[in-house]
Write a protein that binds this ligand. Sequence first.
Ligand SMILES: [Zn+2]
Length: 650
Amino acid sequence: VYLGVDYYPEQWPIEMLEDDLDNIVELGCNVIRIGEFAWHMMEKQEGKYDFSFFDYIIEKAKEKNLSVIFGTPTATMPAWLANQYSEVLSEFENGQKRVFGGRRQYCFNSKKYQEMSYRIVKELVEHYKAENGIIAWQIDNEFGHEGSDECFCANCQNAFRKFISDKYNNDINLVNETYGTKFWSQEYNSFEEIPLPKPTITTHNPSLRMDYELFRSKSIEDFAKMQYELIKSIIPSVTVIHDFPGGGLSKHVDYSKVAKVGMDIVAYNNYPVWGGQKEPIKPHEIAFGLDYMRGLKQQNFWITEAIMGAQGHDITGYLPRPNQAKLWSYQGMAHGCESLLYFRYRGYTKGAEQFCYGILDADNKKKRRFNESKEFFHEIKKYKKFLEIPIESKVCILYDYQSAAAFRIQRQSILMDYEEQLKEFYRPFFERNVSVDVLPIEADFSKYDLVVAPSMIIWTDERNNRMQNYVKNGGHLVLSFRHGVKDEFNNLTLGEELPVGTTDFIGATVWETESLQDYDAFKVEGLNDLAGVTGVGGVFRDMLKVSSAKSLLKYTDEFYKVFSAATENIFGMGKVYYVGCGLEPMVLSKLFEYILDTVNIQGIPSPIGVEVAARTSEKGKMIMIMNHNESEVVFGDTTLCGYECRISVE
Ligand SMILES: [Zn+2]
């Protein structure tokens, strides 16, 4: 377990180092993260490497028994590099080149940038090859953040054509056939004619755009893999991490694929509040983000940037209330974080992140946030052995990069937000304190008692078979509206009823479908085991014509009251549920109450806003009770203050 701060010694007078490190030790830290944005300090001129500043920092850190996480500096190129080799700069979709300044302005497909990155990482890691003070290497910083996942430059144009050519066996006719380019006379005679999906009149071909989404991700996967393999080839035993930013399911990169090829341990930069937000995201949404991180490699993760103060570049908003940011740190640990660092030791007086408040402000006085961080570190240390236990869940939620991309390309309903749908289906479990693994569709889900795959619009035979085998063998699966509408090339399927290949499985057919412009566009009414339940739905609805399934909900409006809104079907030894529409949280909660009963999963009842998590080992059981409310709450014999976390061991 590593506990620490992100420290940027290059931003401060060197005379402050000694005191800073003493204070970091006083906080209870055993690690600092350094180096990640300091390329120019390491290579002031091309090929002239100098790591002496960091030699000194590492030496001093070791004197205080502080270990180091060292970041490769490739997220921020030096100005000389941008000026000497302008092809490394990425482009906006309108063809405008990103200029030097800001950060992450590089093109992942620039051969020059790949080469320059390779060289600095190689020099750096070889320099510290025998340095036992470095316990982990972090590659780059926040892949895909702030729009850096997209680039429309000439490097990317060429690489995209190569990507398509490789994928379709260099057969341009196969591309035409697959994309359906007869439509609007878009047939290509050669790969050189294929455009990037830059702005044009109306919209690009949906298959072309799906390939672009896969290509974007592959570009980042390859860049991460290059750094990972290079570091491992120099120091095979060292731990390599990467710090992912939030919002991963909306980015043009598949984090789970990057995690697979680019790191040993996933790290997360957890910002429940950022920029001008009036209030933090909801506790279940924070929890979803943490479980999603744990699911990337299906193992515990690190938080390399936890917040203490308000955050933002040009605009800041909500200041976490006393103990609230500390509570988020506990919540991180409750969801499988093993090591945590605060961003950052002290907010810099200069530069674009002047208003990213750290543990200390520019006044350099130890105040509330210093004390809270210190309390957190000193308390959580006591439970070290529990934090390293893997989290066992009986439920998993599956997501799919291609389905997320399909909804980015064609939103279909203006209210359709794939990530939001996943969080809506996550919420009923969070409210019952039932642990959930959030996993990519490629993961093996056969061991779970209950699997939930919301709005998985992309079907493949392989997916259909895996899901059906899972249920056949006794599993319980929940699907929801717009399931199985598109093939992997983002096209509809001729001669197939919806969901494709799944109608016998769910015991119903989607007869018609409607996109809605409200969350409360229609009423639903419970049937059978949900008799008595009434509520509203919206976003989208599938009109379900039932064959072997049992109806659990139906629509009530004149034209559509003959159709089911949710069904349950017995298939082999298990059951499959189909939720045909967006539902208000109360109705979805009732539905899951019924399903959880069926699979015999008991949660832990708790007052609203009180989260309970447990970790069990042969040595005992650790229980964390977290009050996300600002006011006092009584839970059993425990009274918790606002934003308090109470830990006990049985
Ligand atoms: Zn590019």
